[in-house]
Design a protein around this ligand. Structure first.
Ligand code: GLN
Length: 237
């Protein structure tokens, strides 16, 4: 852990279990976009054998295959650190398997329901068919992000409960399975988007950073992130 309170702590949860399709890039891009604004950062990697610290500023979870996902959910529930961080209002981004397991329940590889961490009001089950491919979605206008893109590969389907909002409406792809993709509540965002999601969608990265920092961020000159965002939109629409 850093030794000054002015360091932004990006907590990368369970890279040993949850990290598919370059999801680590989400932590790296949060770091990069903070440092471009002169904010000192530290990435804290928390393996599944270690406790999840509650004094982080933004928490990132990636996707995973079915069995590592079950292990990750069991360990996160037993540890309790992520739930405590959520109760303290910390910014959290959870992708795919990470998204499913921060919910109330999710389906294992035989579609049995298993308990999640319970910090986002969603319930996931199994679809008939894997959802694989590019996804394009329009984020809830309340969040001011616009259109996002990513890559999805999951069997799960997700219902969003009354204490969360769908993150976006799908333009292309499957997402939650009912015309929406992802969910959010307070400062917690879950999404099926790999790619990784934040390098492909810099506005989403900046929203999380703004929540983590607690104030408006200095604008950045458009850079490769914005070019990548445009290029992927043009390529998949
Ligand atoms: N194992 C989960 C599913 O298939 C999540 C997959 C992932 O994280 N890519 O739904």
């Amino acid at each position: 852990m850093g030794d000054t309170s002015s360091t932004l702590r990006i907590v990368w949860i369970y890279p040993d279990l949850l990290s598919t399709y370059g999801d680590r890039g989400n932590a790296l891009i949060l770091q990069r976009r903070a440092e471009l604004r002169g904010i000192r950062t530290e990435i804290v990697e928390v393996n599944s054998s270690d406790p999840v610290p509650t004094e982080g500023d933004v928490y990132v979870l990636g996707g995973g295959e079915d069995r590592p996902q079950i292990l990750a959910a069991e360990r996160l529930r037993a540890d309790g650190g992520l739930a405590r961080a959520a109760r303290r209002g910390k910014a959290i981004l959870a992708i795919c398997a990470g998204y499913q397991i921060i919910g109330e329940s999710y389906g294992d590889d035989a579609a049995n329901p298993l308990p999640g961490v319970g910090i986002l009001d969603i319930r996931s089950g199994r679809g008939d068919k894997r959802a694989v491919g590019e996804i394009v979605a329009d984020v809830d206008p309340m969040l001011g992000i616009g259109r996002i893109t990513g890559f999805e590969n999951h069997q799960g389907r997700t219902e969003v409960g009354g204490n969360a909002f769908p993150l976006s409406r799908t333009v292309r792809g499957i997402g939650n399975g009912s015309g929406t993709e992802g969910a959010y509540s307070g400062r917690i965002i879950g999404s099926y988007l790999h790619g990784p999601a934040l390098p492909r969608n810099p506005a989403l990265a900046d929203l999380l950073l703004q929540w983590a920092v607690g104030s408006d961020l200095a604008p950045l000159e458009p850079g490769w992130g914005e070019y990548l965002h445009k290029e992927r939109l043009a390529a998949v629409q």
